[in-house]
Write a protein that binds this ligand. Structure first.
Ligand SMILES: [Zn+2]
Length: 202
């Protein structure tokens, strides 16, 4: 019981990465592999690890609350990023569904197409939905925090890593007004504009 209270405590809005680590963040995540969601093949470049930044995004699209809907949206997003925008694959490293599952995008060690000026120096996690006027659900928030802690556990991010919203680097609404106000309270959050800030958004 005490252990359960400890986990709940870790999921508060000002969570500490080190506290979540005590319960093995990576093991608590349910990843949906590229094969499972039906990804098209991609040809991506290796990213030099560890990186020092985590960027949080929203997809600014439809939300989903079960695996079959989320898989469909992730597949549609890959086609949009690949064919329409010529990104070579879905832009983000991981995508988080309203079902609390984490859908593998480019994975941990590939350069992304998500945050202009920082694609080779960061990992990006994108929450499915538009969070300008409402917050992501608790399952998504917990999965996001566990994913950040997992990146630390796997040494994908350096000891001194920072967490930002997309808008801290680029002039964009992403990750939505309400969600952005929340992540500003998270552990490791560093506000923008970052020294590499770029505007207008291409
Ligand atoms: Zn974004």
């Amino acid at each position: 019981m005490l252990f359960q209270y400890f986990i709940l405590f870790c999921f508060c809005s000002t969570f500490a990465v080190e506290q979540i680590l005590a319960s093995s963040a990576c093991e608590s995540i349910h990843f949906v592999s590229r094969k499972e969601w039906g990804a098209l093949p991609s040809n991506l470049t290796e990213m030099k690890l560890p990186v020092h930044h985590v960027f949080i995004h929203h997809t600014a699209e439809e939300e989903c609350f079960n695996m079959s809907d989320c898989k469909r949206l992730v597949k549609e997003m890959q086609v949009f990023h690949n064919v329409t925008r010529h990104f070579g694959d879905i832009g983000y490293n991981f995508i988080i569904g309203g079902d609390g599952n984490v859908y593998v995008g480019r994975g941990w060690d590939k350069n992304g197409r998500h945050t202009s000026g920082m694609n080779e120096r960061s990992v990006a996690f994108s929450l499915m939905g538009n969070f300008m006027k409402h917050l992501p659900g608790e399952k998504m928030l917990n999965a996001t925090k566990n994913l950040i802690a997992c990146a630390f556990e796997k040494k994908i991010v350096a000891d001194d890593f920072q967490v930002h919203g997309h808008r801290d680097q680029v002039c964009t609404d992403c990750p939505g007004d309400l969600f952005y106000n929340l992540i500003r309270k998270w552990d490791r959050y560093v506000a923008g504009p970052l020294p590499t800030y770029t505007c207008p958004y291409p």
